[in-house]
Write a protein that binds this ligand. Structure first.
Ligand SMILES: C[S@@+](CC[C@H](N)C(=O)[O-])C[C@H]1O[C@@H](n2cnc3c(N)ncnc32)[C@H](O)[C@@H]1O
Length: 345
């Protein structure tokens, strides 16, 4: 665990500083293959080596043991990648310019990397309203006030009253902080932290029957506000293709985490909104992956390990990992599933 933690921290700080493994190797006079092994947590390192590396990265040695994440997701999200972050980090590129996450969801990797320059997007309107609130002081303050109101008023009846708001005609013209607070409150109070809408687009997850609901962590919220305001972060509500097609360029890094391809047992949760992400969508995504590859953009994608996905990405590097599935359609299918991490580098 400790070797992994130190290795991941070294890789994270090096990547964030835009330094390649070769550059770090020559800065601290260590072979590049050795740096690679250190970052993968495969070797024990001496205190001398640790000091050389921390000097080269211009950080205090103790930072390399830091296990505190300063910002983390503000919603629980189906398909969220918190459980496999360490595995994902092993396959990150050595360096990149702007970070793109076009299926941002709860943003596990975004918040873990906390890049200085990023373009994030998702097709879920309510979710993107929430992200936007972190970029504007007034909306941010109103969002917190509204969330406190939901916490105080919470009851079974109140949950369904708030859930039904999307059936009202003017719902789409409500201020973004009202829609964001509703989405966050429902996410915390509903059954299993699921986001699911019916064929008409109305949120339809039943109440989680909780006596009390805590909708946000004040410290995390404040850190998120600082992050979104002190860095160059573009927040879009868009389809994945539009989010990257013109904007991502050579040496940018795109992480695609689409809704999962359906497993053979057909019971897995793969639907987030009224537009299901079908095989044709997976194929459209694969063609965008290819176009970005041709532009020398660094691309990483995660999905289920299915025949269809392996066939779509057969020209790239396919890494198979085990992941713990936390949410599925009936809430009792928690267990291990195989996933793939695909990279073009
Ligand atoms: C697997 S989740 C992403 C999880 C996220 N990486 C996390 O850690 O929480 C997939 C996301 O894709 C979004 N989505 C579905 N279809 C989309 C589309 N056509 N364009 C953009 N986003 C889409 C869903 O709203 C959902 O948030």
């Amino acid at each position: 665990m400790l070797k992994n933690l130190v290795g991941n921290n070294i890789k994270f700080i090096r990547t964030r500083n835009g330094i390649t493994q070769d550059e770090l190797a020559s800065l601290c006079n260590i072979d590049r293959p050795q740096i690679s092994k250190i970052e993968q947590g495969k070797v024990n390192i001496t205190l001398d080596t640790l000091e050389k590396i921390s000097n080269s990265l211009k950080v205090e040695p103790l930072i390399l043991f830091n296990n505190n994440k300063k910002i983390h997701p503000f919603v629980k999200w189906a398909g969220g990648k918190t459980q496999i972050l360490e595995k994902l980090c092993k396959y990150l590129p050595n360096s990149f310019n702007t970070y793109f996450e076009p299926f941002v969801g709860g943003g596990s990797l975004l918040f873990y990397l906390a890049p200085n320059s990023a373009v994030i997007s998702d097709s879920n309107t309510e979710l993107m309203c929430a992200y936007k609130c972190f970029q504007n002081f007034e909306d941010f303050e109103l969002l917190k006030k509204e969330l406190r109101k939901h916490e105080e008023n919470h009851s079974e009846e109140y949950y369904y009253e708030i859930r039904n708001m999307d059936k009202e005609e003017d719902f789409n013209s409500l201020p973004i902080y009202i829609r964001a607070a509703r989405m966050i409150y429902l996410n915390k109070a509903c059954f299993n932290g699921l986001y699911r809408v019916n064929s008409k687009g109305y949120f339809n997850v039943p109440s989680g029957k909780k006596k009390e609901v805590k909708t946000f962590d004040e410290e995390n919220f404040n850190n998120l506000y600082k992050y979104f305001n002190n860095n160059k972060i573009t927040i879009l509500l868009s389809d994945f293709e539009e989010a990257v097609s013109k904007k991502a360029n050579k040496n940018d890094f795109v992480y695609f985490d689409p809704p999962y391809d359906t497993l053979d047992d057909k019971n897995s949760f793969t639907s987030y909104d009224k537009n299901n992400f079908k095989k044709e969508e997976q194929a459209r995504l694969a063609s965008i992956f290819k176009k970005l590859d041709e532009k020398n953009v660094k691309v990483m994608l995660s999905n289920h390990n299915t025949n269809y996905i392996r066939e779509l990405y057969k020209d790239y590097n396919i890494h198979i990992i085990n992941a713990k599935r936390m949410i599925n359609s009936n809430g009792n299918g928690r267990g291990n599933v195989e996933e793939v991490i695909i990279t073009n580098y």
